[in-house]
Design a protein around this ligand. Structure first.
Ligand code: ADP
Ligand code: ZN
Length: 511
């Protein structure tokens, strides 16, 4: 069946075992990364089993794509959803009654309508496949209330096996899925989450728009997605890309449906090169040749980072995953998370966010950190991330630290990062003159270094606890006790050499 109908030579790791367990009537839980080949796990059994296989999926757009593809292979697949006319729905139900459909895609809310259930009972069901099964976990990143009710399937069809599929691997979600669906001693297949063709790069965020432009400049005509954390930023970044001559379009939940569908379709057909989007752009995209995914802002969990980056390179060819990271965003996001009323929720979300920050901060192989998070520890570097390809180096940063910190001290610990850097670099700005900061002994002592260089150094000093940002007073920089021995030259300080140019990491792999 695999070769004759689907045209593949061999199963990918684990697919055969999953199919076997399902044919043997066992419940199954399939955890495979995006692009890992989940669909085949239920499509092959669907053709081998006598009655219809019901595939539950949350996305209408995906339903149509999948059904079109299956029809092209000559498989009797269909879907039924609220966007169809009554006539179309009636016709599909009729075909179902006559056993003319092997694979039927439905949304969760449709599945649980009594009339539809009656039809299914009459027609007889061989298998329920629940795609994107993490949607029924409260701890998942994409909880959908409709999905919770899928727990009834086991009671309504006690003898029909269920296959749950997801690309979310963490233990809590896995347990939730199995529990909520009432799976009966399921066979669990966990595939490797390593996406070897993805190159992970995390850059310190300086002027993100310039960084983005410099990056997309290396990507010739390749298609990609840029994720931003807010709608306003999406519109802004898309506009700037367009002004620079890129074929870009914005996408977020605030746009009209028609616009969103158009963007998605044009992107699918390579008519748009870059989609700038919030996380609303995602699950429905089934585009194999996405060559890059940029995170303009820090995602809140490794799960979302992994999912979003995972949309690149589904065809197995090299792809770039670039993220901009400003450690200054961390406290703000922590506060936002803590605003939630539900204490348990806050605890879990903070934990998850801290893991994401640790990845962004990591001085070791990014892939190692990622895979370790998904319980797939490795001992060697991957050779395909920024840390492996351009390892961080450290140097004696005592003098720089002294310059920055005495500058903060002499200006009265009342100014933010930007102003301190202006003093160090000898800026001629009005604010400098107004405060007579051009008369300080530290004025201009750091003019050999660029603004971004100093920004990176000061961020490191904050990170190491020598400087604090006083948020109550406009983020002015204040020295801590730890600064004293460095200022008095009683101890030295190692800092990482700021990495200001990562362009070479992209040029090599550009298509
Ligand atoms: P997922 O749903 O896990 O994201 P898909 O089911 O869309 O992944 O599969 C990703 C790609 O891999 C598809 O293009 C599919 O045709 C291909 N694929 C799946 N199984 C095999 C196989 N055994 N051999 C070759 N290609 C496969
Ligand atoms: Zn690596």
């Amino acid at each position: 069946m695999l070769t004759k109908i689907f045209g593949y030579d061999a199963f990918r790791m684990g697919q055969d075992k999953v199919i076997e367990s399902c044919i043997n009537q066992q419940d199954t839980l399939v955890l495979l990364p995006t692009g890992g080949g989940k669909s085949l796990c239920y499509q092959v059994p669907a053709l081998l089993l006598p009655n219809v296989t019901i595939v539950v999926t949350p996305l209408l757009s995906l339903m149509k794509d999948q059904v079109d593809q299956l029809n092209e292979l000559g498989i009797a697949a269909s879907y039924i959803n609220s966007q169809q006319t009554r006539q179309e729905q009636f016709q599909t139900l009729n075909q179902l009654q006559y056993g003319e459909i092997k694979i039927l895609y439905v949304s969760p809310e449709r599945l649980l309508q009594q009339r539809f259930l009656d039809h299914l009972h009459q027609a007889g069901v061989s298998l329920f496949a629940i795609d994107e099964a993490h949607c029924l976990s409260h701890w998942g990143h994409d909880f959908r209330a409709d999905y919770l009710r899928l727990g009834q399937i086991k009671n309504l069809f006690p003898h029909v096996p269920i296959m749950a599929l997801t690309a979310t691997a963490d233990k809590a979600t896995r347990f939730d899925i199995s529990h909520q669906l009432n799976l009966n001693d399921p066979y669990i297949h966990i595939g490797s989450f390593d996406r070897a063709n993805l190159r992970y790069t995390i850059e310190e965020k300086f002027k993100p728009l310039n960084q983005l432009l410099s990056f997309v400049g290396t990507q010739t005509d390749a298609c990609g997605v840029v994720y931003c954390s807010s709608r306003a930023r999406v519109d802004d970044v898309a506009e700037k890309l367009k002004q620079k001559g890129f074929n870009a379009a914005p996408y977020h939940a605030g746009h009209e449906n028609a616009h969103r569908i158009k963007v998605q379709e044009q992107f699918q057909r390579d008519q748009i090169q870059i989609v700038v989007a919030t996380v609303a752009f995602g699950m429905g995209i089934n585009k194999p040749n996405i060559r890059f995914v940029v995170h303009y802002d820090l995602p809140k969990t490794i799960e979302s980072y992994y999912q979003e980056t995972g949309r690149a390179g589904r065809d197995g060819l090299d792809a770039q995953c670039l993220m901009f990271f400003d450690s200054g965003d961390v406290p703000r996001i922590r506060r936002m998370i803590s605003d939630n009323q539900n204490e348990d929720r806050v605890k879990v979300e903070l934990q998850r966010f801290n893991a994401m920050v640790a990845l962004a901060d990591a001085q070791t192989c990014r892939r190692q950190v990622l895979l370790n998070y998904f319980n797939e520890p490795t001992t060697t570097g991957c050779g395909n991330c920024d840390i492996c390809l351009d390892p961080p180096t450290s140097f004696d940063g005592t003098l720089l630290a002294q310059q920055a910190m005495s500058c903060i001290y002499r200006s009265g610990q009342r100014f933010g990062i930007g102003h301190i850097i202006d003093i160090l670099r000898g800026s001629q700005g009005i604010r400098i003159k107004d405060h007579k900061h051009d008369e300080l002994s530290t004025y201009g002592i750091g003019k050999e270094q660029t603004h971004d260089y100093w920004l990176s150094i000061i961020r490191q000093l904050i990170h190491q606890g020598l400087i604090e940002q006083d948020i109550s007073r406009g983020s002015s920089l204040v020295l801590t006790e730890k600064a004293r021995p460095i200022l008095r030259s009683e101890s030295t300080l190692q800092l990482a050499v700021p990495r200001l140019n990562t362009k070479k990491l992209f040029e090599k792999a550009a298509p």
